[in-house]
Design a protein around this ligand. Sequence first.
Ligand SMILES: Cc1ncc(COP(=O)(O)O)c(C=O)c1O
Length: 447
Amino acid sequence: MIDRGRLAELLVAEERRFVETHPRSAALAERADGPLLAGVPMPWMTRWAGSFPVFVESASGARFTDVDGIEYVDLCLGDTGAMTGHALPAVSAAIAERAGKGITTMLPSEDAIWVADELARRFGLPQWQFAMTATDANRFVLRFARHLTGRPRIAVFDWCYHGTVDETLAVLEDGRVVPRPGAMGPQVDVAVTTAVVPFNDLEALDHRLAEGDVACLLMEPALTNIGIVLPDEGYSEAVREITRKHGVLLVIDETHTLCAGPGGATRAWGLEPDLLVVGKPIAGGVPLAAYGMTAAIAERLTPLMLTAEADVSGVGGTLTANAMSLAAARAALSSALREEDFAVAIPLAERFTGGVQSVIDRHGLPWNVQRLGCRAEYWFCPPPRDGAAAAAAVDEELERLMHLWTLNRGVLLTPFHNMALFSPAHSEADVDRHTEVFGAAVDAIVG
Ligand SMILES: Cc1ncc(COP(=O)(O)O)c(C=O)c1O
């Protein structure tokens, strides 16, 4: 149904419009090309839809303004890092206050206790520690799992994403575990470290874990990084049963699925992880992640924390759990990501899916839109049931056009797929603006 020639023409026109309307970003991108590798401070920033990234002047609530003075509705929210909304006043105040009192000392602050208590209340796990990023937290829990079980491998789902954790950058290819396409200079042979199973396939999981060499299954309750792939009815409960049956620890990564509610999908769906990781927005955008665990796991890990070699255990970091991150987390968790915040954000995501679906229906397209809490995502295919089907359905050209089209009309989508995230700072008018822009894009593409 997609005329590729027409799509290519539209892309050229949108790129021209982008360049013409962003002269200051263009000039900064040219400057950045000198001192910054590939012209960007972080590799992923080369992947935005325009030929250079938009440079940001400021961000507040659900909006940001670029250096050309253009204001955008932000449906990316720093790919979840700013799920609270940008520049939350309580977080800004806490950072300012803490910065004046010392940022990092490698000693604990009282805020650490408050934040751990709050995470325990939200997720139902009694003991916690902190990491700088969700990637770090995942690396640490994988170490714990191997240490506690004495087993060499970890298991993940095909096309999962858990950060830049070496062992998790693995996919299945003809039944073999291979490095994920694009994984640079693999540090480890993932065929040796990792078992990969398709999401929503209980038989494959049971079969693989029965081999007895897997320490833990690291999973998102729903895949969110290859688009949203929701679990089948009863799947999560069956996964827990299978992991228990084979003595495999269950690690749930709530970094993105925190969009399901204040205690993530774990609380919303009654999941029972042995260990849980959460990162990105918990400190309102300041780097901080956390890992929690059951009392049984904590009891076994505590002696390890007390060894003379705790500093070289492979867990922790000099700036980790610094006073500023924890002050920011206390402020963020006291004033955001609460029941009342999701009560505003989730209906906005529902409105988004309704709007997108109405455009899809109007054109009779075989596309679909999925939602998990305050996160929503549209696809150019029927809903995939696993990561491989999701990956196979990616249409980079079409995606690029949708991103550039919306960007040129003041709406930023999350890069790498077609995702929108809502905070209490968004409004119904923001959602409707996206529906209008999305509808116009589809009209232009399919006529
Ligand atoms: C589920 C999940 N876990 C972990 C991470 C890693 O987070 P970070 O890049 O902040 O380390 C991500 C990043 O997208 C994620 O989606």
